[in-house]
Design a protein around this ligand. Sequence first.
Ligand code: 5RP
Length: 294
Amino acid sequence: MPDPEAVKEGKRFYEDVPMKTPGFFLKGSGALDWGMRNRLARIFNPKDAHTVMLAIDHGYFQGPTTGLERVDLNIVPLVSHCDALMLTRGILRSTIPPACAQPIVMRASGGASILKELSNEELAVDIEDAIRMNVSALAIQVFIGGEFETRSVHNMTRLVDLGLRYGIPVMAVTAVGKDMARDAKYFRLACRICAELGAHVVKTYYVPQGFDTITASCPVPIVMAGGKKLPELDALTMAYNAIQEGAAGVDMGRNIFQSDFPVGMIKAIRKVVHENMKPAEALEYYKTLKAKKA
Ligand code: 5RP
C-alpha cells in the first residue's frame, strides 16, 4: 500500500551535510566499475567534481530549434568550451568533427514529437552504436507522473542494464508535463526514483525553494537543466544557486546558444560552475568578452 505519510515534508534531508564519497570523487559512484568511473571522470572534472555540459539535443523532438538551425555554424565553435556535449547521434555523425576532444553524452530516447504526447518515448539508440561512437554517457528522458510514466521508467532501467554491461553511465533527465507542478516535492520524487532505479547521474530543473533538498535526497550527482532563455544575469544566478545548493554541474542549452554571445556566455557559466564566481561578477565578465568581440 502507498504510504503518503512516508513522503511528507520534513527536516531530515541534512542539506548541510554532504554525502561521503569513498573510492571516487563523485557522489554515489565509488562502487562502479573502472570503465564507468573513467567515463564519469571525463564528464566531471576530478578537481572539483563539477561539469559544464552543453545540451544541443532539442531537435530530437522539436526540429531546428532557435540557435540550432545550423549546428555547424552556431555550435561547432562552442564545443571546445564545454566539459561535455549532449546531443543526438544524428547530429554527432553528421556535423561534429570526430577530432572533438569533448566527451559525448548521447540522447538515447525519442519517438515523440512536439505534435504528440511527449512521454510516449522508446529507446532510440542501440548500445552497440553508442559504443561505436565512443560515448561517455547515455541520456534518457523519464516522465514521472506523465501519461507514459511506466514506459519511460522501463526505458531507463533497460538502458541502465545495457550501460552496466559495457561500462557506460546513464543520465536520467526528469521531464515535466505541461500542467504539472515544478516544485521541490515533485523533483525530489522524480530524481530519487531515477537514482533508486539505477541512473548514475540525474538531470533536473532548478527550483528557487528547496533545491538543496533535491540534491541532498538524491544519492547520485545532479546536473541542472537550463530551461527556456532567461536574461543573462538570471541564468548565471540560477546556475550559481544550483551549484551552491549541491548540484554537480549544469547541462544548459538555450541559455547558452540563444544568448547574444554564446561563447561569452558559456565562459561565464564556467566561471560560476568551476570557480564559484558570483553572478554579478560573471555578468561583467560576459559583458567584457562581448565588448571585446564587438
Ligand atoms: C530536454 C533536454 C534538453 O537537453 C534540456 O532541455 C537542456 O536544454 P535547455 O537548457 O535548453 O533546457 O534534456 O529534452
